[in-house]
Design a protein around this ligand. Structure first.
Ligand SMILES: *Cc1c(COP(=O)(O)O)cnc(C)c1O
Ligand SMILES: [Zn+2]
Length: 393
């Protein structure tokens, strides 16, 4: 038998701001005392004693091979469409042109629904179903809505998706294809969030808005485990990540501390670099200003819809992960990432999404200013396939 019945070492939910603990065996949203996102705690000592990392490496591929460190207890609830274990691809021609050493693309375009949103929603939908939710809702720029609709279909649950009316048709069609309810909203993802929250409350659905429930970040955390494993448990020096709500950044940062607590990796950490578009760069601006919080960005505009996120709900978690890592924030222009997308596709055969291409634009800036040394290993996150954006620009 592959899995024992209790598959998870989850022990509690905790507010990282005020320390309040919450019952992890009930559906939870945010901290009722201070509105912060909640994070999962695991019995890492127990787990590290009973299993070593090599055993996980020998399990069948996919996100659920990390199940002890994910929140679902009963195997019957673990939904899968084949997410996780995406390719880590060297990009030697681009690295040479930039005068750098080893540069890799972690290609999340290989996930179901074509983006890494699948990781977060595979876990969050599984856990919501395990805890008794019947109908789910989400505000989305596009990709999270498609992923929710797909996993909800797999779970035989309802999906209600709130999306800006100007979202490209492919994102709208994907929701419809999976039988989800699509609600088009005048405004950006923050307005979609407001409307989703109202309807979710009124109809008794469970909401899966970024960081307003504790489990999407757990799914995205698996990117951190996979990277550590791929680099033989010595993390790369630089990770560049196209940042919207920051789920992946915070998730990987959490994965790194969990792995250190289990003795899988040492104390060295990558510099976490946040790339955003000049038309919507709230995280970069707060990093540059040394601010403790991230105020909403006015008049957000960029062709990279996945990072057109004017309000970063988990702002303190995002800022502290980047700052503790010694990382930085870089805002690049849409022209720069459109050009970077062509470069990756034509020189390396990797058809990235615009958000993913923005990481190369960011690396180009870092290489020019000497912020990366040729001895350093760099990972660019391509968060989705370029195929979903063929008619976006
Ligand atoms: C959602 C999304 C992002 C931003 O992800 P976060 O982890 O929430 O910052 C980046 N790229 C694409 C393609 C996305 O769909
Ligand atoms: Zn709190």
């Amino acid at each position: 038998m592959l899995y024992s019945k209790n598959m998870s070492e989850l022990t509690s939910l905790e507010c990282p701001e005020c320390g309040e603990l919450f019952n992890h065996e009930q559906l939870q949203t945010i901290c009722t005392k201070c509105d912060s996102p909640l994070l999962c705690n695991y019995d890492l000592v127990d787990y590290a004693d009973s299993l070593d990392k090599e055993q996980i490496s020998s399990r069948p591929r996919g996100l659920w091979r990390w199940h002890e460190l994910l929140p679902v207890h009963n195997h019957d609830y673990c939904l899968t469409l084949g997410e996780g274990d995406t390719a880590l691809l060297p990009v030697p021609r681009i690295a040479a042109e930039l005068g750098l050493g080893p540069v890799f693309v972690k290609d999340e375009g290989g996930n179901p629904t074509g983006t890494f949103k699948a990781r977060g929603l595979a876990v969050a939908v599984s856990r919501a179903k395990e805890l008794g939710a019947k109908a789910l809702s989400i505000p989305t720029a596009g990709n999270a809505g498609g992923a929710l609709a797909a996993y909800a279909a797999r779970a035989e649950m309802e999906a209600h998706v709130f999306m800006p009316a100007d979202a490209p048709l492919v994102y709208q069609a994907e929701v419809a294809a999976h039988g989800g309810e699509l609600v088009l909203v005048d405004g950006l993802i923050d307005e979609a969030g407001r409307q989703a929250a109202l309807q979710t409350e009124a109809n008794g659905w469970f909401g899966l808005s970024t960081f307003k429930e504790p489990y999407r970040v757990e799914g995205k955390k698996t990117m951190g485990f996979e990277l550590a494993e791929a680099f033989h448990w010595e993390l790369p020096e630089v990770i560049i990540y196209p940042t919207g709500g920051g789920t992946g950044l915070v998730g990987m940062w959490k994965a790194f501390s969990e792995m250190e607590a289990m003795g899988w990796i040492g104390a060295d950490r990558p510099r976490m670099v946040c790339v955003q578009s000049e038309g919507c760069a709230p995280v970069v601006k707060s990093l540059e200003g040394g601010e403790p919080r991230i105020p909403p960005w006015e008049n957000a505009e960029t062709t990279a819809h996945g990072i057109r996120v004017p309000k970063v709900y988990a702002d303190r978690l995002v800022l502290s992960a980047i700052r503790e890592s010694g990382g930085t924030g870089i805002a690049v222009s849409d022209d720069e990432f459109i050009q970077a997308q062509a470069e990756l596709a034509q020189q390396e055969g990797i058809h990235t999404c615009l958000e993913g291409a923005a990481t190369l634009a960011g690396l180009r800036r870092m290489a020019a200013s000497g912020e990366v040394d040729p001895s350093e290993r760099v990972v660019l996150f391509n968060t989705g396939t370029g195929l979903k954006q063929m008619n976006v620009i």
